[in-house]
Design a protein around this ligand. Structure first.
Ligand code: PGA
Length: 248
């Protein structure tokens, strides 16, 4: 399985930021990465980004509607993302859950909408700090996976991102042992639900991945890549993370 390093610009990036993607394209052309690379800019930049990067690396959206189209003002369908040049969409990010009240049922419906449009889904799961302190981290992720990952998920159409909410944008990360334990737990849940094929499904880690901790995190057992927020905004930082992935 090839690792995946995915960037998520969140609500950052104007037209001038496309220069970062141009630099990334040039750097990846000069030195082919060991891993697959995906960048998820805001919707407004997606089509321009696709034009800029051509096929140098993959592009994705940060969310999509569970509906295929119609009178849903302000929403973006998976087909629109695909049409703009995306291959993938992030679904169920904790910021969507926190600020938009998304629940696991919404996440599952969005994942199915993504598949209908021919997109792959990155489904985010993860516990809050108080849930971890209460010893509920594994149980929370189990229930998010059971209700948020629809039947029909395969290693080809879906990846999971384990993102402890308390590690996102905070500079804090779990210990290596905690990451290994959680990724192993997620793997068992996936295999139990989806069968042996789920051993090939990527499980990404996300939450304060930076160039200086990437080598340690990305080469842990059952860590098949990273979902990177802040450190994906600057090409040099993102490249530092990509370079930390060792060949399988
Ligand atoms: P961060 O964000 O890398 O800025 O912590 C990760 C994420 O939210 O995907």
């Amino acid at each position: 399985m090839r690792s995946l390093v995915a960037g998520n610009w969140k609500m950052n990036g104007l037209a001038a930021s496309l220069a970062e993607l141009t630099s990334l394209k040039a750097a990846l052309a000069a030195k082919a990465p060991v891993c697959e690379v995906l960048m998820c800019p805001p919707f407004t930049l997606l089509a321009q980004a696709a034009w800029t990067v051509k096929d140098a690396f993959a592009l994705g959206g940060q969310d999509c509607s569970p509906k295929d189209g119609g009178a849903f003002t302000g929403d973006i369908s998976a087909a629109m993302l695909k049409d703009a040049g995306a291959s993938t969409v992030i679904v169920g990010h904790s910021e969507r859950r926190q600020y938009h009240g998304e629940r696991d049922g919404d996440v599952a419906a969005k994942v199915q909408a993504a598949w209908r449009a021919g997109l792959n889904a990155i489904i985010c799961v993860g516990e809050t700090e108080s849930q971890r302190d209460a010893g509920e981290a594994h149980g929370i992720c189990t229930s998010q996976l059971e209700a948020g990952v629809p039947a029909g998920a395969t290693a080809e159409n879906t990846a999971i991102a384990y993102e402890p909410v308390w590690a996102i944008g905070t500079g804090k990360t779990p210990t290596a042992a905690d990451i290994v334990a959680m990724h192993g737990h997620i793997r068992s849940c996936l295999v139990r639900r989806l069968g042996e094929g789920a051993r090939q499904m990527r499980i990404l880690y996300g939450g304060s991945v930076k160039p200086d901790n990437a080598a340690e995190i990305l080469n842990l057992p059952e860590v098949n890549g990273a979902l990177v927020g802040g450190a994906s905004l600057k090409c040099a930082d993102f490249l530092g993370i990509i370079a930390a992935v060792k060949p399988a």
